[in-house]
Each structure stands twice: as C-alpha cells, then as structure tokens.
Design a protein around this ligand. Structure first.
Ligand code: B12
Ligand code: SF4
Length: 450
C-alpha cells in the first residue's frame, strides 16, 4: 500500500481511470512527473499527497482529496485525460486553489482556465513549489514565472521559466507515494513481469511532426549515471522485475549511452530493461554494450514504411534505414519492437497497406499500431488546419479527430490486419505461410472497399 497521510498542504491528482479506459491491454506506470513534483515540494517543506486515479474512480478521488483538506490541488493533464481533469476541478471548485499542469494544459492553457485558477507551463517542480507557497500563505502570485492565469476575461501568460539545468539537483520521483503493488500485480497479470519505469533524460532535439514537446522542448538534459543506478536499485527494492526507461530517446547521445551502460555493468545492478531508440542512432557496438548492461529489448518509433509518409512526419530516416537498424539490433540478440501509425495526414491506401503488410512480416518481437492524434501545438495539428481548414477537434478523447479521407472503420481494420498478420506469422511461421498470405490478400481487398 502507498503511504497514506491524513492531511496535506497540496494534493496532486493523476486523473486517469483504468476502469474508464477503452483499451484492454496497456502498460500502466506511476506518473513520474507528479512523483517528481511531490518529491520537490516535500524537499521545500510542503506536505504532499498523491491521489492516483488509475485503480480508483472519479468519486473516490474527489472524496480522498476532500478528506486531505489541501490548500492547493494540482492536477496532471495530457490529451487523453483532459476531460476527467476538468471534471475533477469542477467538483472541487471553491474547496481549494486549483492548479493544472502537464503536456496538454501547457499547449492549450485557455481551455483549462475556466475551471482552474492557474496553468503551470512545462517543467513543473520549481514553479509549483513557488506557486503553492504563495497560495498557502495567501500571497499574490502574479510574478511567478511559467504560469498562465485569468483576471476577468483576460488571460495573463507570464514569461516562461528556464529549464532546470542540472537534473540531479531535483530529488528522484517519490515512488513511495504510488500503489506499487497494484501496478506490479497488474503488469504481472498482463505481461508476465512486474515492469517499473525511470526517466533518465528530458527533451529531444528532433522535430517529428506529430510529437508534442511543449514540456521539455528541444534541449537534451540527462540525469547522471550514479543517480540512474540509484533509481534502478530503488525500483528493484520496491519489487519491480524489469525497468522501462521512459525517455523519449534513450540512445540519443552515444557517449552518454555508453557511459551509462558501462556504469551499470560496473555497479553490478542486475535487472532487465527496455528503452526507446531511434533507428538512426544505434549501432552494433553500442547495442552489444546495452545488452551487457541488462537491456532485454529496444523499441523503435518507425511509424511508417513509406518514405513519403516518413518525409511528411519529418522522421529524418528512410524505411531502408529502419530495416537495417532492425537487422543490426536483432543480430545482437536484443528483442526489437516498433510503433507504427496508420491514417497519417498524407497516408494513402497504398502506403497504409505497405506499412501494415511490411511491418507485420518483419522479424520484430512485437509491433503496435495506432491512429495518429493531432496534438495541440504540433506541426501535424497546424498542417491539418491549413490543409483541411479545421481549427477545433471534435473531441479530445477521440483518436482520429479530423475528417480524414479514411473512415475510422477502415483504420481499425488496418490495425487488426497488422496485428493478426503479425501473430499468424509468429505463431505459425513458415508452416502457416499459405494461411497468412490468404488472410493478407483478403484484407488488402477489404481495405479497398472500406
Ligand atoms: C511514460 C509515458 C506514457 C506512459 C504513461 C505513464 C504515466 N503514467 O505517465 C504510457 C505508455 C501508458 C503512455 C501512454 C500514452 N501517451 Co504518453 N508519454 C509518456 C512519456 C514518454 C513520459 C512521461 C513522463 O513520465 N515524463 C517525465 C515527467 C518528469 O514529465 P511530465 O510527466 O510531463 O511532468 C512534468 C510536467 O508536465 C509538469 N506537470 C505534469 N503534471 C503536472 C501537474 C501540475 C499541477 C503541475 C504544476 C505541473 C505538472 O511537471 C512535471 C515535472 O517537470 C511522455 C513524453 C515525455 N517526454 O514526457 C509521453 C506523453 C506524455 N504521452 C503522450 C501521449 C499522446 C500518449 C498516448 C495518448 C499515446 C497513444 N497514442 O496511445 C497514450 C495515452 C494513454 C493513456 N492511458 O492516457 C504525449 C502527450 C501529449 C499531450 N499533449 O497530451 C506525450 C507528451 C508524448 C509526446 N511527445 O507526444 N505514455
Ligand atoms: S517522436 Fe521521438 S524522436 Fe521524434 S521529436 Fe518526439 S521524442 Fe523526438
């Protein structure tokens, strides 16, 4: 059980509810951004409770917050939890000062300022500590950097706060505030092992068109190797059996990847891990060292196997490079997985078919297909507006929120087709070639009809 306190100055809320989520199988991890803010607030002498909705309900979360009688409530937002974030704020209105942060509120602050008093932009630890201290002491906060707030009809956006230069100066996320046992038993049940997560870097200098980078921006900052190893030990001690390094691109800087992996080997810390890599910054030597340091598998965000679509996405690599990276990584014995999108703005029936058919026939350990989301502030959202003249998405929760030339049904079929072909190939191998081929042809035809 997470350590429960009776009263808190600040309650931090993660408004994600597994019971409301449409997806059957999904990885669940403690929200480390809130864990990090909690640790920082504590270091500043502020008492904090973390109210995680994941295994709970909206009513229970609101009740728990009320019982804590906090002066300030801080709520996380990303696109998929914007609606519950706002709903919780409406229910708590007048009972505490309401603050929201996270990637979605950072990109569309005005959408939150009817229900929240303040939006915290970007990296939240220091801003939230300053803001909460002012609010708890009844002092004005108009000069706090990195916030937006409403005065009457006007919205004031203060100058941004510089990013934290030395990530080691922040305490590690407070993992003791999460219900680790529930995360573990769920992960064990769904995936066969208890997977925990660590963030070892913030920011990414690439400019993929669909990616929302409003929180950490383009600069790449890393946590020291010693600190990563300390967190690996902590996660292991909490009972997790595997670690997912949830960095945007773990292998972004070769020299730091090598230093970190060498430090892991030296430390003797022994826990398998996985991470995200780009296909254009891995090589055999580095991957072998990663494997020696405990890496079980790498995940690429290849997204499309059509060079035209990769160009539109601004991925800055080709399908050929992606396939070569898959071969190199597999040759080291690592499991290689990848994410793909279907129905990107600029995708054609032909490019969707190509991505789905090729990806499901390549020797990946696993593949995941998704329909792109036009996240506010991204190049994709802007291109959508200029090409299709759509300024407002129908629904934050929905997956494909613009009237693309493909129906939702067609895209769902494309995803099922990829998943099924992949599974048929893995389960039946060459024995099932005829069945797989037959399935491919029938569903190719079906895609044309939908
Ligand atoms: C881990 C992760 C996941 C995990 C979730 C784990 C979890 N519980 O958080 C999984 C794999 C489940 C996941 C799924 C999805 N994710 Co995700 N995920 C991430 C990832 C890679 C890291 C999150 C993290 O821990 N960051 C590190 C911490 C330190 O940062 P942070 O969480 O942003 O918090 C900081 C600030 O935002 C701010 N802050 C946050 N909350 C609050 C609250 C207050 C009050 C304040 C003051 C400040 C504040 O301060 C924090 C500390 O500095 C981010 C990318 C990224 N680089 O952050 C994407 C990201 C958050 N995901 C994203 C998306 C789109 C998704 C999916 C919708 C993808 C999909 N197509 O299915 C799904 C949604 C599923 C769902 N259930 O809701 C987007 C969100 C964009 C947006 N504008 O909303 C991101 C930003 C990726 C991207 N670049 O596009 N994801
Ligand atoms: S998708 Fe990955 S590589 Fe591309 S900009 Fe986003 S974080 Fe960077």
């Amino acid at each position: 059980m997470a350590h429960e306190i009776e009263r808190a100055d600040v309650a931090l809320v993660y408004p994600f509810f597994l019971s409301e989520s449409g997806r059957k199988r999904q990885y669940l991890y403690p929200q480390l951004g809130l864990g990090s803010i909690a640790a920082y607030l504590k270091s500043q002498g502020i008492t904090v409770a973390l109210v995680d909705g994941t295994f709970s309900t909206r009513d229970a979360v609101v009740d728990r917050v009320r019982r804590l009688r906090p002066g300030v409530v801080g709520v996380y937002s990303k696109i998929t939890v914007a609606e519950p974030a706002i709903d919780i704020a409406r229910r708590l209105k007048g009972e505490a000062r309401l603050v929201v942060g996270g990637p979605h509120a950072t990109s569309t602050p005005k959408d939150f300022l009817d229900d929240f008093e303040v939006v915290v932009h970007g990296e939240g630890e220091i801003t939230m500590a300053e803001l909460a201290a002012r609010m708890l002491n009844g002092k004005p906060y108009g000069d706090v950097a990195g916030i937006s707030y409403r005065t009457g009809d006007a919205v004031t956006r203060n100058p941004g706060r510089p990013l934290v230069a030395d990530l080691d100066s922040l305490p590690a996320p407070d993992r003791g505030l999460f219900e680790n046992e529930r995360y573990q038993s769920r992960s064990l049940k769904e995936f066969g092992f208890k997977s925990g997560s660590i963030i070892t870097a913030r920011g990414c200098p690439y400019q993929c068109e669909y990616c929302s980078k409003t929180v950490f921006g383009d600069t790449y900052r890393t946590v020291s190797a010693d600190r990563v190893i300390e967190e690996m030990r902590e996660v292991t001690a909490l009972g997790y059996q595997e670690i997912w390094f949830a960095d945007d691109v773990f292998s972004l800087k070769r020299s730091r990847t090598i230093d970190l992996c060498e430090a892991m080997v030296r430390s003797g810390v022994k826990i398998p891990w996985t991470c995200l890599c780009r296909v254009d910054n891995v090589d055999r030597e580095m991957l072998l060292l990663m494997k020696a340091a405990g890496c079980r598998g790498v995940i690429f965000g290849i997204e499309s196997l059509s060079d035209d679509v990769l160009g539109l996405m601004n991925k800055r690599f080709t399908a050929e490079q992606a396939i070569r990276a898959l071969e190199v990584a597999r040759s080291t014995g690592l499991e290689v997985s990848s994410y793909f999108m279907v129905g990107y703005l600029g995708d054609t029936r032909e490019s969707i078919r190509k991505t789905v058919n090729m990806s499901s026939s390549l020797p990946f350990h696993s593949v995941q297909y998704a329909i792109p989301k036009p996240l506010a502030g991204t190049g994709l959202a802007k291109r959508l507006e200029s090409e299709l003249g759509i300024a407002k998405w129908r629904n934050w929760q929905s997956t494909l929120t613009w009237k693309s030339k493909f129906s939702q049904r067609m895209l769902r079929v494309a995803i099922t087709k990829g998943d099924t072909q992949f599974r048929l190939r893995r389960r039946l191998g060459s024995r099932g070639r005829v069945i797989t081929e037959l399935y491919r042809r029938v569903t190719d035809r079906l895609l044309d009809l939908l």
